[in-house]
Write a protein that binds this ligand. Structure first.
Ligand code: OSB
Ligand code: MG
Length: 375
């Protein structure tokens, strides 16, 4: 695959409604799309960073900077045998996983199209239908949370995750559990608690949760191990796991019993597969996390979710949950039993609506192989 052109676009998209987590409220998304042309084939990737450095340390602007000044210049004009080789091109860059993932995933789309196979198959995926759950943002009142949960269950979603933070936690989860005694229910704190809150976090055991996601600090595996020893609900790590070595450490230290894999957080499909493989070897179930992606990131999530250790419902939901109009065709749709049919056409399996992308674009930067020769 000769990398002939790379185009970076920042698009603006407004969520249908604001999404609140313990680290803030998201509504107006600034999303970077990466389009790569390799051997005449266009592949697409999405950078899943948030606008501010509050989920992890990356932002839309840091990703733009890292791709523009470091990744694109070192990739343009190169010849790669496989998308996985990209990892060696950027191995000197520390961190910035989401910036790397946006570019690497576009290469995977190219490679899958070139080989004439669905991306899911190229990745080694086996499932043709994936099971979906939803993540519900923090609400003002337990009653409104119960109503939201009811709506999502009626749509067929198979697992409900509630965002929580101190002061918006026990009463909300308790109300939902009372109304729905049998659903698969989990909570996500996005790092809002500390180990000193262990007694408080133990109270969630009463609600028989599928998991409690990332209760403690984003860079703290060891205190999660201490907490896991004191509570019954399985801990699921999200923010803490930025590569497969951390996944192995967390498993060996018994810091979690479940891992959420996000393509952006771990730096792209290659590393995501490594995390998957380590979890699979150790009998740790995984599921695909979400970052309020546009259709392109969503399509990559669908492909990744077909790997065999993705045995729990992921945060991969319908385009219509978040967007009035998505940038892919067809949109990601969810069946009445809360599943997504995995596309069986080559590459991502969804067409990018380039006219709409153009309308949403606020800045563009392009590299061509000719520029690399000049340099
Ligand atoms: O921790 O899973 C998270 C959204 C933004 C940042 C972090 C998270 C989330 C979600 C949304 O939970 C999941 C989705 O995209 O549906
Ligand atoms: Mg999370």
């Amino acid at each position: 695959m000769k990398i002939e052109a790379i185009t970076l676009r920042e698009i603006r998209m407004r969520l249908k409604s604001p999404f609140e987590t313990s680290f803030g409220i998201m509504r107006d998304r600034r999303i970077i799309l990466v389009e790569v042309i390799a051997d005449g084939i266009n592949g697409w990737g999405e950078v899943t960073s948030t606008e501010g450095p509050f989920y992890n340390s990356e932002t839309t602007d840091t990703a733009w900077h890292i791709i523009s000044d470091f990744i694109a210049p070192s990739l343009i004009g190169k010849v790669l045998t496989t998308a996985a080789e990209f990892v060696t091109v950027v191995s000197a860059i520390r961190g910035h996983e989401m910036a790397k993932a946006g570019v690497e995933n576009a290469l995977w789309d190219c490679e899958a199209q070139q080989k004439g196979v669905p991306l899911s198959r190229l990745l080694g995926g086996t499932l043709q239908e994936i099971v979906c759950g939803v993540s519900i943002g923090i609400q003002d009142e337990p009653n409104t949370m119960v109503k939201k949960v009811e709506e999502e269950i009626q749509r067929g979603y198979n697992r409900i995750k509630l965002k929580i933070k101190p002061g918006r936690d026990l009463a909300f989860v308790s109300a939902v559990r009372k109304s729905f005694p049998d659903i698969q229910l989990s909570v996500d704190a996005n790092c809002a608690y500390q180990f000193e809150d262990a007694l408080h976090l133990k109270k969630f055991d009463d609600f028989r949760l599928l998991m409690i996601e990332q209760p403690l600090q984003w860079d703290e595996i060891s205190s999660h191990a201490k907490l896991q020893a004191q509570i019954q609900n399985p801990i699921c790590l999200d923010e803490c796991i930025t590569h497969s070595r951390h996944a192995l450490t967390a498993i060996q230290w018994c810091a979690c019993r479940v891992i959420n894999i996000k393509l952006g957080r771990v730096g792209g499909h290659t590393e995501a597969r490594r995390v998957h493989d380590i979890c699979s070897t150790h009998g740790i179930p995984v599921w695909c996390g979400g970052m309020l992606e546009s259709g392109i990131g969503r399509a990559h999530n669908v492909a990744m979710s077909t790997l065999p250790a993705f045995t729990l419902p992921g945060d991969v939901s319908a385009s219509q949950r978040y967007w009035n109009e998505d940038i892919i065709e067809p949109e990601v749709e969810v069946t009445a039993r809360g599943t997504i049919h995995v596309p069986q056409t080559p590459g991502l399996g969804y067409r990018v609506r380039s006219k709409l992308v153009d309308q949403l674009t606020v800045r563009t930067k392009r590299w061509t192989a000719a520029m690399a020769v000049q340099a």
